[in-house]
Design a protein around this ligand. Structure first.
Ligand SMILES: N[C@@H](CCC(=O)N[C@@H](CS)C(=O)NCC(=O)O)C(=O)O
Length: 201
């Protein structure tokens, strides 16, 4: 049994986008929890199995999986025919894994540091910065049309950062167009509608 621990308008919403892209709504139970929000609202939900009370969390037959990229990798591996990842053996599989891990290990810390105004030479030496992120994305998009050729969870994860933090959008037509194509996908609207219905209930 698969369960997604979800809080509306949060990082777990992009897992809803993936679920919609993969057409696996009927395979996953969505369980809503409260979380502590940056504005001070909300509270840690004691029913949430995440060790820090965060979302997203995927539970598969009792196993708890956290971190957005790990959940995306897990789901796309569990449903390989859903078509949102190059399969093992595909020459672009390595690129797919690279993008997921790079997002979680580099892009997310760098974008958050930028938004919070955190600057340290050691941080920049380890993670680099926004210009390097833009260069890397652009190089992949020049080959395009998506990061791994066809649309995949890697696009969803990386492009979602610029939906959440539009002020960080690089001044680059290829990247702007890629984010716009991601935002225009019906899966995004359907996930937002799902959250709106939960909020209204
Ligand atoms: N690295 C985690 C971050 C998860 C995360 O920080 N989620 C936020 C919601 S967007 C959360 O649950 N915050 C509640 C809290 O910090 O207590 C991931 O990418 O999945």
């Amino acid at each position: 049994m698969l369960t997604l621990i979800h809080a509306v308008n949060s990082r777990s919403t992009r897992i809803l986008v993936l679920i919609d892209e993969m057409k696996i709504w009927d395979k996953i139970e969505i369980r809503q929890v409260d979380i502590q929000r940056a504005d001070g609202s909300g509270r840690r939900d004691p029913s949430n199995p995440h060790p820090e009370g965060k979302v997203p969390v995927l539970i598969h037959d009792g196993t708890v999986i956290t971190e957005g990229a790990a959940i995306m990798l897990y789901l796309t591996a569990l449903f390989p025919d859903a078509g949102r990842a190059p399969k093992p053996g595909d020459p672009r599989r390595g690129e797919y894994l690279t993008w997921l891990f790079w997002y979680q290990g580099v892009m997310e810390p760098v974008t958050w540091a930028e938004v919070l105004g955190i600057r340290h030479p050691g941080f920049e030496r380890n993670f680099r910065g926004l210009p390097e992120i833009a260069t890397r994305l652009r190089a992949a998009l020049e080959r395009g049309p998506w990061l791994c050729g066809d649309y995949s969870a890697a696009d969803l994860l990386c492009a979602s950062a610029f939906t959440f933090m539009p002020q960080l959008m690089p001044d680059d037509d290829l990247i702007r167009d890629w984010v716009a194509r991601y935002q225009a996908r019906p899966s995004l609207a359907r996930a937002k509608d799902y959250d709106a219905a939960l909020t209204a209930a």
